[in-house]
Design a protein around this ligand. Sequence first.
Ligand code: NOJ
Ligand code: CA
Length: 710
Amino acid sequence: MKKLVILLIFLFISPNIYAYQIPEKGVIYQVMVDRFYDGNKSNNQPFYDPVHKNYRLYWGGDLQGIIENLDYIQSLEVSMIWLSPINDNINRMASGSAPYHGYWTRDYKKIEEHFGDWKIFKTLVKEAEKRGICIIVDYVPNHSNPATDGEFGSLYDNGTLVTNYYYDSKNATLNPYTGSLEDIYHHNGNIKVWEGFELKYGNLFGLADFNQLNPWVDEYLRDGASLFVQSGVCGFRIDAVKHMDLGWLTQFYAHLYMQEPLFIFGEYYKLNFEKDDDMFYFYQYSNVSSQLSIPIRNDIVRTFAFGGSLKTLARELEEYYSHFVYPNKAVNFLDNHDLPRYLSESKNLDRYHMALSLVMTLPGIPVIYYGDESYLVSKEGKGDPYNRPMMEFNNQTEAARIIRTLAELRKENNALAYGDFETIYADYNTWVFERKFGSEKVLVVVNKVDSKNLTLSLNWSDGIYRDVLYGVKMQVKDGKAEISAPKNKVLVFSYEGEQEKPLIGSITPYIAQPGQKLILGGAGFGKSGKVFIEGVRAEVLEWSGEMIVFRMPKLDTQKAWVDVYVETNGKRSNSVKLRYLSGNQKAFLLVLNASNLTGQIWIKGNISELAEPIPLMRSKTDYYFQVVSLPVNTSFSVDLYSGLPWEKLEPLNVTLYGKSINKMIILMKTKPTPKYTQTITRSTVQSSSTSICGTGLILILSLIVLFKKR
Ligand code: NOJ
Ligand code: CA
């Protein structure tokens, strides 16, 4: 009885915002678990260095250590903690390193014993939640662990050995359509050519690369991630998305999203955003998940640490954000565990504070890498592994004050979370931009080198405004703002007017299938109302002035993007876009004979999942193929296009048909009949190639479409 009373009190006082997080309203604190705090001395061995000299050994940090420092993390006003991977890693050294970083998994259903267990993880989730913080875990579905060292790609299913890379190679067969040798893993050598086939089906730095289309692997990786969802995480950072099929990832995310409205962001490693690989169309057409803003990070650091034009930076950032449907869901950072820490590059603290302030005010969700607030910098070297020194706790610094102040502002003023991004003024050393969400506004003044008197056209109410960081004054009169901008400072002015009508700023996730729970963030929602998607009314699960939770209805549409709006007190909100998935998703291998085709080929089809152009890859076995996420048992047609992703695609005037029954779909010239089952003897892509080479292949060849080159 006493327990029940306590539970009821807890439920009563625990605000809903803790149960569902709107990612844009928050700040992420990134922790490398081993390097944060040793809360349990009994789990440090083996491969432990108690004096923290060898950066390639375990240093003792664990989940208990994070629990013990939650008050410290909370003092920075952050609302999400991103943990480095905590799944069970190999129990041996590889390439002279222990897997202290967590990226060499051997069991996706267990927690690494150096870090804790499921019980302690769940305690962490609950303790964090009490402080308004939710947990995001780093998950690594591209590869397990080194194929030729350590435990040789050994893989366990909750403690039971399944395979290793050597054993798996004996069972591997050639997929005739993709040209990949595969079973549980791919066996196509290491990535040497950083594009196309190798990028996805080769081993990344010698790490055993999963064949995610193998049904066992698919289910195993999904089940492993689901264990985290069941333990209460609010999202995932997905490692190495560049090296996996987007179609597989789409349905993997879709399955997770069906469980909770999670925030998932991917790591697509690319240090610039030049149009030289498929990142461009990954951004532009897929929008399957948020991305870490890796391509703009170096530009930001260079401009503050070394020099360079703020006007150029402004242009680059605007160009970068223009590729997203939801720029406010980009995940921005200054430091992380793969790049030299900013303060290893340059010691000028004023400039560091400026860069930090910028990351906190740009469109997107800011990440604070552990120790950014305490000026943590390795004494031994710059990049990996030296960017992972032991945490030094100090939340009384100027950096901590900036983080705290701007994290608080993000919670109060929706313009930082949901606002537009517009440059008001830019030259070499000065940049002023505005973030605007309805009547809420933030003005950011970035000024390097010399102090400067600015007179700007600004559509704010007359009055005197004080910047939230240093108290610098801005006077606005008749649409003109006067500011004396000090040297080497970022000023942040805030204006919080009442929203007159409902305004949606965020939708999480922004890809959904019928039955899925979704969260709308915004302002002016009032006490109750209705949600519509493409005019269809949705079931509302929760409603408050700034947040709505609803359930996705089934739609009758072939569109990729559908419109969402709300109505409250007779007022209608703006419409926001949602990527629609029409039904239960599965990954399918779509195949097309390549003998009469050349160049970059795309498909675009008549169901929502295929309504944005999808690029095909060409195999060395002369097929075009792509893994796509489709609703099961659905007939569809696709039109073919050619061209480069950043150019207008040219139609080839060829229509082909398919039906999502088998794991693999060969596109055909004729429509499938209602009773259609594709005449392929191969039920899964990982089954033996010998069946394909016999009668199966003859049947397939007779079905393959030979169409004219345009
Ligand atoms: C990217 C991670 O951030 C990096 O630290 C890791 O080594 C590789 N992916 C491989 O998992
Ligand atoms: Ca891969």
